[in-house]
Design a protein around this ligand. Structure first.
Ligand code: AOF
Ligand code: ZN
Length: 364
């Protein structure tokens, strides 16, 4: 086995941590001695312990003289755990292959320098693009102060999400809906607008048995705190974290009642209309979120697109046509000219059952 396949294995491990390790990055580490894998680990749920010390513990004495493959530069700071660089040095690792550099200002090249100073051979940049994609959320939180925002839409071919009478279940098939549960599991939070809560009463949990511990945080953009106390979201707020983003002027009695039911209510500056979404996302990052999956509805989707806050789109199209009297996936946002339209770059197209999945990212 060569460097490339060991790093691929480390990346696969790292991916498994997505959704469970915030505010930390999802890192994978594979330790190889004489061509044999002697240790492997990923960042633990909650972000600690980091990947490296766990893989080193598994390798034990076999780590001496071995190569460590890590998807992110090992940390060199004393945070809540001792530096991973020191653990690698103490274990006698001879060579470290790193995919991407950690842009956390406490690390940012410092981990590499420290390893080299200890006489370890360090190689950087193997499969860096893959590693950067895995931690795009962590990097977004550090660089932009907001989580990575992925907009998920499920519509007819003509972009409709409900009939004029409000019927919406189900437009896409079972395989697509199962895939959405996996998608939720890989995100720190799932966010919807209050209109969706009032119309669909979703519970937004990740219903895949054994898929991951805990549920993503459920976030509702709810300017006037209209989420009902009897909604499924509030009824389950004691078990699955539920955060409501409202304006300072929202009814204080409702606020108290929602908090008593277990929801967290966050006051966000006013935007036009509703809350200032950029400020709301900054608050979510402040609480540690790195990856937010937005599941509608049409108003929230339009507001985020208009504010240029959508990094990724995951769009399921069902092979059906509803016509112009159905509800559009995104509400009007007043682009009068083609040049004002947000554009995206397609990254993949995949058939999912009868439906078609298109994944896109923000145009550079
Ligand atoms: C690693 N391996 O598996 C992870 C790393 O608060 P702390 O002490 O847990 O430190 C968090 C920082 O450590 C985080 O911002 C990132 O720079 C790094 N995460 N580093 O060597 C890992 N998860
Ligand atoms: Zn570390």
């Amino acid at each position: 086995m060569d460097d490339l396949s060991h790093m691929r294995a480390a990346l696969a491990l790292a991916r498994r941590g997505l959704g469970a390790v915030w505010p930390n990055p999802a890192v994978g580490c594979v330790i190889v001695r004489d061509g044999r894998v002697v240790g492997r680990a990923l960042t633990a749920p909650g972000g600690r312990p980091h990947a490296e010390p766990q893989a080193l513990a598994m390798a034990g004495e076999a780590a001496r003289g071995a190569t460590a493959y890590v998807t992110l530069e090992p940390c060199c700071h004393h945070g809540r755990t001792p530096p991973c660089t020191d653990a690698l040095i103490a274990a006698g690792i001879a060579r470290v292959v790193i995919a991407a550099r950690d842009c956390d200002p406490r690390v940012d090249g410092g981990g590499i320098a420290r390893l080299r100073a200890a006489g370890i051979v360090v190689e950087e940049g193997l499969l860096a693009a893959e590693a950067e994609e895995i931690n795009a959320g962590f990097f977004s939180r550090l660089r932009l102060g907001r989580p990575l925002v992925t907009l998920k839409l499920a519509s007819t071919l003509d972009g409709r999400i409900a009939t004029r009478t409000g019927e919406s279940r189900w437009i896409t098939g079972e395989p697509a809906r199962r895939l959405v549960h996996g998608l939720r599991g890989r995100h720190d939070a799932v966010m919807v607008g209050v209109g969706t809560v009032l119309a669909d009463d979703p519970d937004l949990t990740c219903r895949l048995p054994g898929y991951r511990p805990g549920n993503p945080v459920r976030v509702v953009a709810d300017t006037h705190l209209r989420t009902r106390l009897t909604s499924r979201l509030v009824a389950t707020a004691a078990h699955a974290p539920t955060w409501l983003l409202c304006c300072a002027g929202a009814d204080s009695a409702r606020r108290v009642a929602l908090e008593e039911a277990g929801a967290a209510v966050l006051s966000v500056p006013a935007g036009s209309p509703g809350i200032d979404l950029a400020a709301g996302l900054r608050m979510l990052a402040g609480r540690g979120l790195t990856r937010v999956l937005v599941e509608g509805g049409a108003k929230l989707a339009a507001a985020l697109l208009r504010a240029d806050l959508v990094d990724r789109i995951v769009w399921f199209h069902a092979p059906a046509v509803m016509g112009g009297d159905g509800w559009p996936a995104a509400a009007a946002f007043g682009a009068g000219r083609l040049a004002e339209m947000p554009r995206f770059v397609r990254t993949s197209v995949t058939p999912v059952g009868e439906d078609m999945l298109t994944e896109l990212k923000r145009a550079a």
